[in-house]
Design a protein around this ligand. Sequence first.
Ligand code: COA
Length: 327
Amino acid sequence: MIRSRILSAGGYLPADVVSNDELARRYGLDTSDAWIRERSGIGQRHLAAPGETSSAMGTAAARQAMERAGVAAGEIDAVIVATATPDSSFPATAVRIQASLGITRGFAFDVLAACTGFVYALSVADSMIRGGSARCALVIGTETYSRILDWTDRGSCVLFGDGAGAVVLRAEEGEARGGAAQRGILSTHLHADGRHADILHVEGGPGSTGGTGLLRMAGREVFKHAVTKLAAVVDEALAANGLGREDISWLVPHQANIRIIDAMGKKLGLPPERVVVTVDRHANTSAASIPLAMAEAVAAGKFKPGDLVLLEAIGGGLTWGSALARW
Ligand code: COA
């Protein structure tokens, strides 16, 4: 049986680090460091420089992931990019990254599932590897939300940041069919409910005849959905593999809000040091947040072979999902 193993992860953050106070000053926001920290756990975010694109950041993150994995461009036969902030409607940001990395074979495309984008892209890549369409895939989350934020809306603009993260997946032959002890992605679980599309969306876009092109969010509504849906999708992942919460080594949650992250850690009975947290320094980088957090964990030598790593995310759509992997 073929399994997709996560070989390594890499990340990239723009150089401009903006504290809460600096953000308030820069955009004339009626907010405070205390309010932002208390409600979200965010202390700062990185913002892309003028001209710095999702493809440029995604390329940098992918390069680091490939270096850490010891994988050369010639081995990659799939580039799957999760982004809600592509360089342009088409071509896909994935093909820009593919070209920048000097990859000339296989395929490349984008996946759009907002903050759940990385989990969706990972699931697609895993299915394609297990189905035999690819052997070695780059899965990238990269976002420049600073370009779609309404800098006059203090209820949303303080929560997001820019950045990119990437993982390298490779097909490996496993021993036992479906064995949960085997290294690699054990399962992924995707959900969407478009009835809630309007609580977190971008107003207008390239195919619309109106709209500002800016992010709109009903924060409290999103929060309520997040807590219940993430709890359910984590249970689903454990049940699908006959595992219990005590089996989890690491939780790598989507980094939107420390209160949601803490609630999930508590639900799983994990001590705080087993939950990878970057939201304090990165804010919400949407599809980039999980692979960026994985990249940090890899750099810190946290994941050991055999560790069970649980990923979960929710975002615009609504979309939500989880993935369970044996490192
Ligand atoms: N600074 C100061 N005050 C602010 C503010 C800011 N940046 N943003 C909003 N406020 C004010 C509101 O205007 C409101 O004032 P009012 O009561 O006078 O109307 C008050 O703070 C409370 O707002 P509310 O929206 O109820 O706060 P909250 O406790 O729900 O926290 C969020 C707001 C956005 C932090 C929270 O709802 C949240 O994290 N939601 C989930 C968002 C998320 O994760 N989105 C991404 C998912 S991928």
